[in-house]
Design a protein around this ligand. Structure first.
Ligand code: DC
Length: 209
């Protein structure tokens, strides 16, 4: 079974995807890491994030095994990933890797921005995870503080709004709920309730398949 999870930054989609993967014993791919890792290669080489051909070669050079999550999770890399993710050729370069992961025997859980719409349009279970920007900013500020990054709430909220706008407004594979995705608003839910709601959605979809 393929489970496709999409949603904006800090909506809870990563946690939900990880927990669903554990619950169903499926491998999980956080596709944001691909864009973050591509951006990191460019930054390390001192290259521009919007240089399409260099960004494509950075994306093509990635291997699923060389993600140092600690270095990729920060706020700066999230913003850089959003810039790189707006380049259609980069998205095309990362397509096969994601679809190959989804095609594993037994299925997989993938989370990102375009999983239900572009990467796995035939996934039987699709969830679009949302939460209001203020709640997401609070969560992200807490998460960054735990990582030792001192960023105030107002800048985190501004960053989230900017990223929402870029990710939703781009021409190639914008952040969008697939027509057959179930929306899950986590604004007033704690992690356990959000995961339980996600499992109910998957079970409902499974019973129909
Ligand atoms: O999910 P995340 O915060 O790690 O993603 C970082 C950025 O990467 C996000 O703002 C846009 C880009 N991204 C994307 O364009 N498509 C995806 N499937 C995943 C992430």
């Amino acid at each position: 079974m393929i489970i496709a999870i999409d949603g904006p930054a800090a909506s809870g989609k990563g946690t939900i995807a990880r927990r669903l993967a554990a619950h169903y014993g499926l491998p999980h791919l956080d596709t944001g890491l691909l864009y973050r890792a591509t951006a990191r290669v460019l930054l390390e080489r001192g290259e521009r994030l919007d240089d399409s051909s260099r960004a494509v070669s950075a994306a093509r050079g990635l291997a699923l095994t060389d993600f140092d999550e600690k270095k990729l999770r920060g706020a700066e890399m999230g913003e850089a990933a959003s810039v790189v993710g707006a380049i259609p050729e980069v998205r095309a370069a990362l397509l096969d890797m994601q679809q190959a992961f989804a095609a594993r025997p037994g299925g997989a859980v993938l989370d990102g921005r375009d999983i239900g719409t572009v990467i796995c349009p035939n996934a039987p279970a699709k969830i679009f995870v949302t939460a209001d920007p203020e709640t997401r900013a609070q969560r992200r500020a807490l998460e960054l503080a735990k990582r030792g990054e001192r960023i105030d709430y107002a800048s985190v909220l501004a960053d989230i709004r900017k990223r929402d706008e870029r990710d939703s407004g781009r021409s190639s594979a914008p952040l969008l709920a697939a027509g057959d995705a179930v929306r899950l608003d986590t604004s007033t839910l704690d992690i356990e309730s959000a995961v339980a709601a996600a499992i109910r959605i998957v079970e409902e979809r499974r019973s129909r398949a």
